[in-house]
Ligand binder design. Structure first.
Ligand SMILES: Cc1ncc(COP(=O)(O)O)c(C=O)c1O
Length: 355
């Protein structure tokens, strides 16, 4: 399957060209690397999206009265393109990201692209940037779709127009064979989300209010914080950018999604994969005690994949968990990554091959 966007970019973007020449594909990190093209599609005043376009990577113009800048009317998504062993490229469940963005847009009163427009735009953007998809096993191309109120408004109102934009960035593997387990701190005072709030959406304004608690935890040597529910302060919810699972015997459990936790696409896939592997998978309230008593704990998300948790600290008590070879999280990771990269049979039809 070849595409119109498969060749080297026709324009010469000096900045990305120089970066590309210097790429060390064996040692990809987690920083921002600009790639050749972004995709931009703007809605009309009536909220209709028509044709979008690919543009060279660069800054965008925005009106100072845009509602995203003033009122935080914005959403983002995170997905990845994976290089197969045969050199092809595939996406993982992209329609799920489209649907999640539509749900967020409904809440924020914004027009959103249709599932078809979203998936088509992602495919075009990845194909235009295909030389940036890392070799199989070295990482993946992170895809960041944004939807924001770009129309100018005065007064607390939704923008008349919104913009859908996609940029991409090659990223290394977060999970390196179990060698870097996360050490989490349970955050007791600041909740991330509230009942009837927007925790269940990828709303841009969910993230910066918890920068400070994550920063403090990192300064103390933790990888991240694990948030508790805002009502009882005793049930775990999720980490800043990933969902959480605990393993006890043959059962994996993860907090149920009732509006305060992001319904992760990786989380949803793990539940199905676990059942395929003969494990019992539960979505329920998970009290802190169950975490401390678990055999294993792991995080899930597009960026982290499946990342084992080596320890959880609560009230100055640090509890350690099994990680590495032979663990349930390793088995789930192998299965998930195998499906994402085309190395294993995809009986659910989750992979979308684009070239
Ligand atoms: C708060 C939060 N939770 C969980 C996730 C994991 O979701 P997914 O598996 O869809 O990437 C993310 C990342 O998107 C996130 O930002």
């Amino acid at each position: 399957m070849e595409s119109t966007f498969s060749s080297k970019p026709s324009h010469m973007n000096r900045e990305t060209e120089e970066i590309y020449e210097k790429m060390d594909w064996n040692n990809l990190g987690f920083g921002l690397t600009p790639t050749d093209y972004i995709y931009v599609m703007e809605s009309t005043n009536g909220g209709i999206f028509s044709e979008g376009t690919l543009k060279p990577y660069g800054n965008i113009d925005i009106n100072p009265a845009a509602s995203v800048l003033n009122y935080g009317q914005g959403l983002f998504e995170g997905m990845k393109a994976y290089r197969r062993e045969d050199g092809g490229i595939q996406l993982f469940r992209p329609e799920e990201n489209a649907l999640r963005m539509q749900k967020g847009a409904e809440r924020l009163l914004m027009a959103a692209p249709s599932v078809e427009q979203f998936v088509n735009a992602v495919k075009q953007t990845v194909l235009a940037n295909k030389r940036w998809v890392p070799p199989c096993g070295k990482g993946s191309l992170y895809i960041r779709p944004l939807l924001f109120g770009s129309g100018a408004v005065m007064g607390i109102n939704p923008a008349p127009e919104s913009t859908f934009l996609i940029f991409t960035c090659p990223l290394g593997n977060f999970y390196k064979g179990g060698s870097a387990p996360m050490n989490l701190l349970i955050e007791e005072s600041v909740p991330r989300a509230f009942p009837e709030g927007t925790g269940g959406l990828k709303n841009i304004s969910n993230y910066s209010p918890v920068f400070s608690v994550a920063k403090e935890a990192k300064a103390k040597g933790f990888s991240d914080v694990l948030f508790l529910d805002a009502v009882d302060h005793k049930y775990v919810e999720e980490v800043s950018s990933c969902n959480i699972f605990i393993v006890k015997g043959n059962v994996i459990s993860t907090p149920e999604t009732l509006g305060t936790i992001l319904p992760g696409i990786t989380r949803k896939s793990i539940i199905e994969i676990a059942r395929d592997l003969g494990l019992q998978a539960e979505e329920r309230k998970v009290p802190v005690e169950d975490v401390l008593d678990a055999d294993e704990v792991f995080c899930s998300g597009t960026a982290v994949g499946i990342s084992p948790v080596g320890s959880v600290t609560y009230h100055d008590k640090r509890v350690e968990f099994k990680t590495g070879e032979g663990t349930v999280s390793q088995k789930l990771f192998d299965m998930l990554r195998g499906i994402q990269t085309g190395a294993l049979e995809d009986k659910h039809g989750w992979a979308v091959r684009i070239c």
